[in-house]
Design a protein around this ligand. Sequence first.
Ligand code: B12
Ligand code: SF4
Length: 477
Amino acid sequence: MIKDNKPSILLAYPSCFHYPVWMERLELKTSQLLLASYLAQFFPVEYADFEITIGRPNTETQIRRYRRKVRDFLSGRDFDILALSCWTSLSYQATLMTAGICRELYPDKLIVVGGYHPSARPHEFITDDNLIDYVICGEGEIPLKEIAEGLEKTGRPERTRIIKAPVFPLDQFVGYNWELVEDFVRTNLKGTLANIYIYLSRGCPFGCSFCMEPLKDRSWRAFPPEQALAQFETPVERYRSLGLAVCDACFGMRPGWRKEFLRRLAEMKPDFWFIFETRPEYIDEEDAKLLSDLKVEIQFGVESCSNDMLLLMKKTRQPQKFLGRFREVSRMLSDYGVLHRANLIFNHPGETRKTLGETFAFMDKELDRSDTYLIWACHGYMHFPGCELDTNMKYYEEQFGSRFLCGDWWKDSSDQYESSMLFVPSSDLDSDDVDLWEKMLDERKQKMKRGLAQEAFNFAAKKYFLDWQDDPRFEKS
Ligand code: B12
Ligand code: SF4
């Protein structure tokens, strides 16, 4: 029975199946906490995360155990709405299984799903038995509130309804309510969070081909700088965190906001690591100076150093300018001793030997320098649904001979990490040449170590390239 027209919401992350254990990340799901913090103003909300409490099942036996544990958890639990966060496509199978268990136990309870996969593929949640009541595409705050408010009157809809969420407006932003996860962190994570991932803004005006962000509202909305900094205080003190990563899609897009935020951050002199990802256009010398006294790592989504690839990736309309800016900013950050990382995606559809050559030629110029603070983070393209590339596969197949061999991998029981990369970027990089980028990268491994300043080398050896710790240059501290 719903009490005082305030249905209680169980907001759960169902975990993911068939994802390699070595990729295990047990971070707190802060986007889910942010959603819970908003809803908790109006309704009783419980936060659950089966990835942390049950694990990531990979085998049939582990999945049977998962089913049993979820059933035990839901049995006799007091909630009116089960809200499942199918945050990425990796959680598709776990979401359907958890919804199924809930339905077996409680034919009348409302089940809602939201997150990136439902936003990308809402129809995949429509089943013959109308297992799920609402599928929310986009930001969940407003639709969930409206659904909960109407529940007593309307009950379960006859058929699954797909709802396109309106943009969540800035004037309704609320800060993180850490009380909602206090028991959870104490019971399941020994009361500590070594790294905290936090969101201070939403929205990104760009439309990169491989990214799902453009499916959400593109308008940039941020907590005012003072309020943004206040979000750190509780978790850092309470959970003895060593690092705080701002995970915004487009950190610091507005110069006025960024400058005030960084000035206040510098005044705060935090003793934790501060990590954020941004674009080279959004860092200037004034920012670098402010950051130079802090423990900071800036990550740049450079993606490729080939003009053709950057255009194809829709990263920028002016690739030469973009790369020139990155080079300039990176050298300036090295001069100020600020650690920074360039993220590159290799084998994006359309990649050829020529574009690989262009990227490595750009890298070589930077690798020939000494005492740098630039770390290269290189990864092969992973195909996730919902981005431009996913809707335009035919174009890439016809234009470049790309071959998407992964199918709907999120429905399979093979290793989903490997499956999402089953893919040929172009007819030029088919067969044995699919791995050419890895070979070209291997040839540069020594240079990647040698060019780094001592501090940057130690940092990279501790965080990214653990085998570098065997290098005589590594200094333990
Ligand atoms: C930050 C981030 C991370 C952080 C997460 C930190 C954390 N603890 O929260 C880290 C680095 C750990 C990460 C890891 C991965 N990520 Co990531 N990540 C992002 C990123 C940049 C930002 C998301 C954001 O801005 N959130 C802001 C908050 C406020 O919004 P939100 O998360 O979208 O949540 C809202 C809605 O989704 C919705 N919602 C969420 N849950 C629910 C539940 C219900 C019931 C409802 C109604 C609504 C709802 O409401 C929320 C509030 O408005 C996105 C997008 C991008 N630009 O690249 C990718 C993105 C989500 N990541 C992606 C991927 C693929 C991954 C990895 C698989 C990468 C990898 N190879 O390992 C892993 C998987 C991690 C996992 N555990 O499953 C993909 C997912 C694509 C897909 N189709 O599934 C994205 C979209 C990037 C892309 N390629 O387009 N990621
Ligand atoms: S990759 Fe970054 S810049 Fe590009 S659309 Fe996604 S969030 Fe925006």
